[in-house]
Design a protein around this ligand. Structure first.
Ligand code: NDP
Length: 485
């Protein structure tokens, strides 16, 4: 009989933690408990990927009526009802949270609705006052959005807040140029919000293929996002009556009375009001909301980790080896809290590998190479492998790329362009990177990703017959390189 209350105690009920807990209990027969202080499902299900994707879908319907007219339909776009959508969204999230709870229950995992802290290598303390021992502890507490350290930053929203807005703002300033900033710029723009975006660097989506970033930024601007690169906030504060009376160039109508203008600004919680912002580009404007999408930090604060001997990195992330083991042999960590590749499917893989290693006597490393991913901007971006710039630094390459107006939107009279690109090693002919900017690029890259992960060469792509007429057929019909490097 074990000397511990449980074989495994998991802290965090997000995608990684829940998967590890239920596989350890259900498949490996371990006695498992899990603590979650908030809602089950974590960032992905409750305040990230899932509600975000539903908002992407909602925002894309805005252009449907106009496109349908191009196809002969007599149809007019109505208006978007945020309250209606939010009600349905919340019901869906409740349903999904219920599924997560049941998955745990049905696998025999004991759930604690409490915050857990690590007391020592085998002990956790719960906010309920209980102390529990376990042979192994798995930290899967994820991350949280962070605001920049500027005066009055607390006036701004972060991604967690977006889903709870009582009303949609009329105008918003989004700060940041990463996944979250660009996705929400497109979503809110699609829902009819006047969107301004400040990014401090030269081009959004740093780290991704430059040509893809360029096309996405161009499309975002064409769709109505007022994107200002090389721009940051100089001053931010609650707007005064003077700002609203038009002393500053405001996002609201001029000449109206102060009360009307205040009433015109919606989207805040009670007691909140519009925000005055001065940018490094000289722009001075009042926004209903400012939304910081300026990165995320691992959730390791006040968890007793360092006291227990767990090593933390510079950003507060838990330092782990390739088996997700920390410095303390009985404590492991997976997912965003380790700040490796911060994506849900990766956290799930790490959770499964942890169970193999610790409970199935099958030491398993997680393969962090060639992970396909998508950024749900409009147009969408699907990507795997090296960008053209990264590949060119590594070895001689050929670049096969095409950009064109896809049939569906071109026929409807929209100027949208898509891009397909293969970055190929001159020496091995392997496809080192595949980048797609197009509607449903996420769906396409999932499948192209299999070929790239298998080590497909450009000639393997060429041997595959095109599916016609599709956008993706261009991936197998690009005959000549557009450049070599
Ligand atoms: P990112 O780290 O991707 O982007 C943060 C952005 O904010 C960068 O543009 C950064 O600029 C900028 N920034 C950081 N600090 C400041 C500051 N003090 N002032 C002004 N700008 C600042 O973070 P996100 O929050 O967008 O996303 C976090 C992670 O979540 C992603 O890396 C990804 O792993 C995951 N994610 C994945 C999604 C998907 O798969 N579709 C969707 C959403 C999130 P700079 O570039 O100069 O550093």
């Amino acid at each position: 009989m074990s000397d511990f209350d449980y074989d495994l105690f998991v802290i965090g009920g997000g995608s990684g933690g829940v998967r590890a807990a239920r596989v350890a209990a259900g498949e490996a027969g371990a006695k498992v408990a899990l603590a979650e202080e908030d809602r089950y499902g974590g960032t992905c299900v409750i305040r990230g990927c899932v509600p975000k994707k539903l908002m992407v879908f909602a925002s894309e319907y805005g252009t449907v009526a106009e496109d349908a007219k191009g196809y002969g339909w007599d149809i007019e776009a109505g208006s978007f009802d945020w309250g209606n959508f939010q009600q349905r969204l919340n019901a869906e999230l409740d349903r999904l949270e219920g599924i997560y709870r049941n998955l745990l229950k049905n696998s025999g995992v004991t759930s604690y609705d409490a915050r857990a802290k690590v007391k020592d290598a085998h002990t956790v303390e719960l906010s309920t006052g209980e102390t529990i021992t376990a042979k192994h502890i798995l930290i899967a507490t994820g991350g949280r959005p962070v605001r920049p350290e500027i005066p009055n930053a607390e006036l701004g929203l972060v991604s967690d807040d977006i889903f709870h807005l009582e009303t949609l703002p009329k105008s918003v300033l989004i700060v940041g140029g990463g996944y979250i900033a660009c996705e929400f710029a497109c979503i809110l723009n699609g829902l009819g919000v006047e969107v301004t975006q400040y990014y401090r660097g030269a081009q959004v989506l740093r780290g991704f293929d430059e040509q893809a970033r360029g096309l996405i930024a161009e499309s975002m601007i064409e769709n109505g996002v007022q994107l200002h690169c090389g721009t940051d906030i100089v001053e931010m504060r609650r707007a005064t009556a003077e700002d609203l009376e038009g002393k500053a160039a405001t996002g609201v109508s001029m000449g109206a009375s102060m009360q009307e203008m205040l009433a015109d600004h919606s989207g805040g919680k009670p007691g909140e009001g519009p925000i005055f912002v001065k940018g490094t580009n000289g722009d001075v404007k009042v926004y209903d909301q400012v939304f910081f999408a300026t990165g995320r930090a691992p959730n390791t604060d006040d968890m007793g980790l360092e006291g227990a001997g767990v090593k933390l990195g510079r950003k507060g992330e838990i330092v782990v080896d390739e088996y997700s083991a920390t410095e303390v042999p009985s404590i492991y960590a997976i997912g965003d809290v380790t700040d490796r590749v911060n994506l849900t499917p990766v956290a799930i893989r790490e959770g499964m590998a942890f169970v193999e290693t610790v409970f199935k006597d099958n030491p398993t490393k997680v393969d962090h190479e060639l992970i396909p991913s998508a950024v749900f901007t409009q147009p969408e971006f699907g990507t795997i492998g090296l960008s053209e710039e990264e590949a060119a630094e590594q070895e001689p390459i050929e670049v096969y790329a095409t950009s064109f107006r896809p049939m569906q939107t071109a026929f409807a009279g929209r100027p949208d362009r898509v891009m397909m690109k293969l970055v190929v090693s001159k020496e091995t002919r392997k496809v080192l990177g595949c980048h797609i900017v197009a509607p449903n690029a996420g769906e396409m890259i999932q499948l192209a990703g299999i070929a790239v992960k298998m080590g497909a060469t450009k000639e393997d792509f060429d041997r595959t017959v095109a599916v016609h007429p599709t956008m993706a057929e261009e991936m197998v019909t690009m005959r000549n390189p557009v450049r070599s490097a």
